[in-house]
Ligand binder design. Structure first.
Ligand code: BDR
Ligand code: CA
Length: 306
């Protein structure tokens, strides 16, 4: 597995799920600007790897979107992306190689691997522009991004990762990569951790259980303000769960033609899903429609046990 991430609070949980899973071999983490600056997302990825006792190489990629200005989500995840708890400096730095070159090299070296994207798609778009053959080398590309039912979390029409760099998202969705899209709606409702579940997670009393909850404290409050939910929504972990255990986690998916809007100010970053095949265009994305939320939560608890 190769993970591309704008590491903030929910990304960190997703990283730990992969790094602590006995059946998953994470060969590289590449970071991208998104939730916070590239410097912050890279530091957060390295810190999370430290907590998992992992020496996985971390490479810093794009520090800005392809064409638009960066619109960070520090209002949601905290100024440092991890809820501003003053976590220590990681034990090591990112590798010298840049994230885009690293993506190309690792995908070439591990044909058939799973690429999981947890942030804006800038690194992936830049890698495909340099090495279009990657499309045929990636086994699965699981994308946390978009919203199949058009309830957006950053505008009414768009989910953050696709909105942040709509031109990159448009390129990647049109590229031919074998995309499995886990949209924002998948983390809502029953998939969120309620107060009882959060208390049970806290009661594990492991460093990772505390970290999962603490680093998401700002995000929990921000989503309460946004939608009134009292549950902790974890979008990136839902995508990671689908990537790690598709058969156990994904209960319904369907393949459709999906295109991303890049230009319209109103619908920038919208994932337009042709659910009824009205365009007649061939399906390019497997859209995840539902997950087994109990299995998903079990995976979070397993990761927290370390
Ligand atoms: C996505 O945007 C970010 O805030 C989260 O990390 C997640 O990747 C959800 O829209
Ligand atoms: Ca993310």
């Amino acid at each position: 597995m190769i993970i591309d991430t704008d590491t903030a609070s929910d990304d960190a949980v997703a990283l730990a799920m992969a790094l602590n899973h006995p059946g998953v071999d994470v060969v590289a983490i590449t970071t991208v600007v998104g939730n916070c600056s590239l410097e912050d997302t890279t530091r957060n990825a390295l810190y999370t790897a430290d907590l998992c006792g992992s020496g996985v190489p971390v490479y810093a990629g794009a520090d800005r979107p392809l064409l638009v200005k960066a619109g960070l989500a520090t209002y949601f995840h905290g100024m440092d992306g991890l809820g501003d708890h003053g976590y220590p400096v990681p034990s090591r730095s990112a590798e010298d190689t840049d994230g885009v070159s690293a993506l190309i090299t690792h995908i070439r070296n591990s044909p058939g691997s799973t690429l999981v994207t947890l942030g804006p798609l800038t690194n992936v778009a830049l890698a495909l522009a340099q090495a279009p053959e990657l499309v045929d080398l990636v086994g699965r590309c699981v994308v946390m991004g978009g919203t199949a039912n058009t309830v957006g979390n950053v505008t009414p029409a768009a989910e953050f990762n696709l909105w942040f760099d709509p031109h990159a998202a448009r390129l990647v969705f049109a590229s031919g990569l074998p995309i499995e899209m886990v949209g924002w709606e998948i983390c809502r409702g029953e998939a969120g951790l309620d107060a009882t579940e959060r208390a049970a997670l806290r009661a594990l009393d492991t460093p990772l259980a505390h970290f999962f909850l603490d680093c998401n404290s700002t995000a929990l409050e921000a989503s309460r303000k946004q939608s009134g939910t009292v549950r902790l929504q974890l979008p990136d972990p839902t995508a990671m769960a689908a990537a790690i255990d598709k058969d156990g986690v994904v209960t319904h998916s369907s393949s459709h033609y999906v295109e991303v809007e890049a230009e319209s100010p109103l619908t920038r970053g919208m994932s337009v899903v042709d659910s009824l095949d009205v365009t007649g265009n061939p399906a390019n994305v497997e859209v995840v429609n539902a997950i087994d939320t109990a299995r998903f939560k079990e995976m979070i608890f397993d990761a927290a046990r370390g």
